[in-house]
Write a protein of this length. Structure first.
Lengths: 931, 88
């Protein structure tokens, strides 16, 4: 193949050749090339296939504006899907493969689809595959559609650094305007950061012969030197991909190919936008053919990579920038033919290679067609920030209008296409001024799609949206640009409409006979270019994302062979020992019922409420009356939301007149604390109430079982343990090894039970003493799995498991305060609304199964009628080793009044029988509890 | 990502905060009779103004509630004060 590489000064290093392959064929490029420039240098034109018709596609642009050349690149055994060839730097040994094409982009087996284009217009899938059911067709259509395949191998170390940064002035775009603005600001003493998405600074300057009397490279070097000497920072290969609230700019800094970009979250006091402008396509027949390229793109290939894309070039342009392009290309040795687009409808001739261009009756033999329909300023970031756009009739483009806070646009993005104008407004902006719209030498004749004209004329190259599709959408009344976009998928390709949007809007405007600015634009949303999801994620994984809370006694549990797992945010022993979990858990249940279970209850919340108004406060917070609670006594109660829904349950202890300890569920500590703080500060006098979360300060070891008193007695503490001196629901304060200890006689298992709380530092000594004393009496440590069974046998609930977002306390059998409590409390009025008074409320019940039947499935529905209607569901279900039969709890409509009724339980299509019973299946008289 | 000014800790990322209600919502005295309609209004009705809003927020890391003034349309934060200061 002919080499298209010229000897022109460029940004590649010709002393460093690189080998690579594309669709299985070997090629050579240079350091500094992109995949696309290296392929073009080797004469390769077809680099991909379009999404729908599988038409051959070559690059349209030279950078992020190209929608066509998308590849899966394999390097060092790892493959990366959907790499845009125009912005992927070439690396030695890269194996690139076109996506959406098989076996290769040049000979794609599905190209036959193009023959059916008449039937594949916009909305084809919506119209054709709806009957009888889209889901029948979906799998095969999904398989045919889409771009590259995601690699299934996990790439170790592919992790994005996260940088949080701030600067006084952020300059986005490292072309002439950006460099000039950054220099002016840096020299004025501002803390400046300049970002440029290319690896090399300079933007369009490389196409020029000289800048302010210097060669472009020298002028750029001078600016860089001035900026960095004044303390400015420059980030190249870094894309500002989005502007977010409060001046946050997302910057993706690309490292070597195959590494995750580094994410900078940059807070800038001010932003100078110098993002430049893009050439837009001209809509004519066959304008999607490989070899039809952007005029500016061709100049970039020449200036940056020394690649002359064609030898005989037809230059089709409606604007004054074509003059300089013609000179540039001609100097590099191309034969350039200028074709005025207004002289008549055009058609590209040829297939995978351009053979010529026809205009009216005239035919010109060329190998390349360069098109330029005018410049489109890159106003994306301006719109992200909330800036307005104004239509400029002279430039036929949307330009920055009313500015967002702290942002100013300079250079080509502001319509300043003349270098001197661009530099002077950039320098003014660097010094804090906002430039007005400058006069311009740029001139163009308006040129937009001509609805009704002949031939297949492409608007969106990647998604195969043609002018006819836009006309069809308009006929079917999808006239709003947002509807047009979604109906035709115009602008939804991976370039997000950088090339297609303006033509699409103009086509819609022309079809409707409305002025273009009236049609408006679609919404500009971040990211400006595709970025890997990994970039947002960074190191926020696993433990760093969701750190587990750890127990002071973890080493003791590990030594005892605990199976540790996450329960409510804590790493806790599920059970102890090696072997079959179910057997071990059942053995622990039997131990607890036969002797005693020793349990680490430290995650239970310990929130102290203190102060002169503490009593009034907790009385208001709780559903139950707390005012009457005596010091040293404990009460079980509920906290509700204002909607009357159960927020948490647990016991509250009164230590003295003005001091309470709230013991909330392990996983609800944070929400309860926030709930208390909200009510304390907003609605009460915060100087008279103090809330102190001490959960992490106390470790609690619980001894539960008939032998609990004997075990505790063995510790020889200074406490009278007799049932009379230390009854159920009371608290004693004592000392353990000369540190304070609280002993609460409360029970979550239904057996005699003591909760011993000490400072964490004393927890290991206490644990060892209790386990030692327990072992002599047949007691042993039990995990949370056994505890769940023990409490279910007693019908004790776990909030969030046995309650849902509708459960009120009277649904759980605690209806007295609702009717009798005299003072106000949170949620009180809600407990008397129509819904709260309804007779079909779901209430807590037990569920028994026939003898010999297995346990019910948690989550299974209780049903009646045909088709089956749910009247409730199973919330907890276990095999009870104590009773040697299954036990279950559930929430069922009007359940409390239906004890003894047989119900149908539905699970995955199977229906079983169960009988509604009281929630408490073990020791319903509570004799063991009060022992 | 917005930055909110906690009157106690200074400007922090929005992820550290939780919305705690519109300012000026008064809990009806529930020891008296309250019409269902009034209670429902208290529970569920929000002004949801466009433009200047005054809201109560909680800074989760220091547990302090405070009043924040902001523009719900432009997301601009106009200032924040402790509940105590605001009540004066």
């Amino acid at each position: 193949m002919t080499s298209h590489r010229t000897t022109r000064v460029a940004l590649i290093d010709r002393s460093k050749p690189l080998r690579f392959s594309f669709d299985g064929k070997e090629y050579q490029g240079y350091e500094g090339d992109t995949l696309a420039s290296a392929l073009l240098a080797n004469g390769v034109r077809v680099m991909g296939r379009s999404f729908k018709y599988h038409r051959p596609r070559g690059p349209w642009g030279a950078w992020v504006d190209d929608p066509n050349a998308i590849m899966t690149v394999t390097l060092n055994g790892h493959s990366f899907p959907n790499c845009p060839a125009t912005s992927t730097p070439l690396v030695e040994g890269m194996q690139a493969r076109s996506v959406n094409a098989w076996p290769s982009a040049a000979f794609d087996i599905k190209s036959g689809l193009d023959l059916f284009h008449r039937w594949l217009s916009a909305g084809f899938y919506y119209k054709t595959f709806m009957w009888p059911n889209w889901h029948l067709f979906e799998p095969i259509i999904r398989k045919m559609a889409g771009l590259g395949d995601i690699s299934r191998d996990v790439l170790e170390g592919y992790s994005a650094d996260q940088v949080f940064d701030h600067c006084e002035l952020l300059v986005i775009g490292g072309g002439a305007a950006g460099l000039a603005a950054a220099r002016a600001a840096a020299e004025a003493g501002k803390g400046v950061v300049l970002v440029e998405d290319h690896p090399v600074l300079g933007g369009g300057l490389h196409q020029m012969a000289e800048v302010e009397g210097l060669a472009p490279a020298d002028w750029i070097a001078e600016q860089v030197n001035a900026i960095t000497s004044a303390g400015g920072r420059i980030l190249t290969a870094t894309t500002a991909f989005g502007v977010y609230d409060h001046g946050l700019v997302g910057l993706a800094e690309n490292g070597p190919f195959g590494t995750a970009p580094r994410l900078h979250r940059m807070r800038a006091d001010r932003i100078v936008l110098a993002t430049g402008a893009l050439d837009r396509p001209i809509t004519f027949a066959g304008n999607d053919r490989p070899g039809v390229m952007a005029m500016d793109g061709a100049c970039e290939y020449l200036a940056r990579y020394g690649v002359l894309v064609g030898r005989k070039i037809a230059l089709v342009s409606n604007n004054s920038l074509a003059d300089a392009a013609e000179v540039l290309l001609a100097e590099a040795g191309a034969q350039v033919l200028r074709l005025p687009p207004h002289d008549g409808p055009m058609q590209a001739l040829g297939g995978k290679r351009i053979k010529g261009i026809a205009q009216g009756a005239k035919r010109h033999d060329v190998d390349t067609i360069l098109a330029s329909g005018g410049m489109t300023p890159l106003v994306h970031l301006w719109r992200h920030a909330g800036g307005k756009l104004n239509w400029c009739e002279t430039r036929q483009a949307f330009l920055p209008g009313a500015a967002p806070d702290g942002m100013v646009a300079v250079g080509a993005v502001n319509g300043a296409f003349d270098l001197d104008v661009s530099l002077s407004e950039a320098r003014a902006a660097g010094n804090g001024k906002s430039p007005d719209l400058s006069p311009t030498s740029y001139a163009l004749t308006p040129l937009w799609p001509d609805p009704g004209s002949k031939g297949r004329q492409w608007i969106d190259f990647q998604h195969d949206v043609t002018l006819k599709d836009v006309e069809l959408a308009a006929r079917e009344n999808y006239v709003s640009v947002e509807h047009l976009k979604r109906y035709t998928t115009l602008g939804m390709a991976s370039d997000q409409g950088k090339t297609s949007n303006m033509a699409g809007l103009a086509a819609m405007a022309a079809v409707q006979g409305r002025p273009l600015p009236e049609v408006g634009t679609t919404t500009f949303r971040p990211p400006f270019v595709p970025v890997p999801l990994e970039m947002y994620h960074g190191h926020h994984g696993k433990q760093l994302w969701h750190p587990l809370k750890r127990l002071a006694l973890e080493p003791q549990h590990r030594a005892a062979g605990a199976a540790l797992g996450e329960y409510g945010g804590w790493l806790r022993p599920g059970w102890y020992g090696k072997g079959e979990a179910k057997q071990l858990i059942h053995q622990e249940v039997l131990t607890a019922r036969g002797s005693a279970g020793i349990f680490d209850a430290s995650p239970l919340g310990t929130i102290e409420v203190m102060g002169p108004d503490a009593e009034t406060f907790v009385n208001f917070i709780y559903y139950n009356t707390i005012r009457t609670l005596k010091p040293g006594h404990i009460r079980y109660g509920f906290m509700l939301t204002e909607g009357g829904i159960v927020l948490d349950d647990g016991v509250i202890t009164r230590l003295d007149q003005n001091r309470f300890v709230i013991s909330c569920s392990s996983s609800h500590v944070d929400s309860v604390r926030t709930h208390l703080e909200a009510w304390r500060q907003d609605g009460n006098n915060p100087d008279r109430i103090f809330v102190h979360d001490q959960t992490q300060h106390w470790a609690t070891v619980t001894i539960a079982g008939p032998k609990a008193r004997e075990i505790l007695a063995a510790l020889a503490l200074d406490v009278d343990l007799s049932a009379k001196a230390f009854p159920h629901m009371t608290l004693q304060e004592t000392h353990f090894e000369e540190t304070p200890m609280r002993i609460a006689r409360v029970s979550f298992t239904g057996d005699l039970s003591y909760e011993l709380s000490v400072r964490c530092a004393k927890a290991p000594a206490l644990w060892e003493a209790v386990v030692k004393a327990g072992q002599a009496l047949g007691a042993a440590p039990i995990g949370i799995e056994a505890l769940s069974i023990l409490r279910a046998e007693k019908g004790y609930i776990m909030v969030g498991k046995d309650t849902d977002g509708e459960t009120m306390p009277h649904d759980l059998g605690f209806g007295v305060p609702r009717l009798n409590k005299s003072s106000a409390f949170i949620g009180d009025r809600s407990l008397h609304c129509d819904k709260a008074n309804a007779t079909n409320r779901k209430t807590l019940v037990g569920l028994a199964v026939p003898t010999g039947a297995p346990p019910l499935t948690t989550g299974a529905h209780l049903v009646d009628g045909t088709p089956p209607r749910s009247q409730g569901y199973v919330t907890s279900s276990y095999e009870s080793p104590t009773l040697d039969r299954p036990v279950a709890l559930g929430l069922v409509e009007n359940g409390a009044a239906r004890i003894g009724e047989t119900v149908s339980v539905w699970h995955l299509g199977d229906i079983r029988e169960a009988t509604i019973c009281a929630p408490c299946a073990f020791d319903p008289e509570g004799e063991r509890l009060h022992a | 990502m917005q930055i909110f000014p906690c009157p106690f800790c200074g400007p922090r990322n929005e992820t550290e905060f939780h919305f705690a209600g519109e300012l000026g919502k008064v809990r009806p005295a529930t020891d008296e009779k309250i019409a269902a309609q009034d209670w429902a209004t208290y529970l569920y009705a929000q002004r949801n103004d466009k433009g200047l809003v005054r809201e109560v927020w909680i800074h989760l890391t220091c547990s302090e509630l405070f009043v924040m003034e902001r523009d719900s349309e432009t997301m601009k934060v106009l200032g924040s004060r402790s509940l105590r200061e605001d009540a004066q």
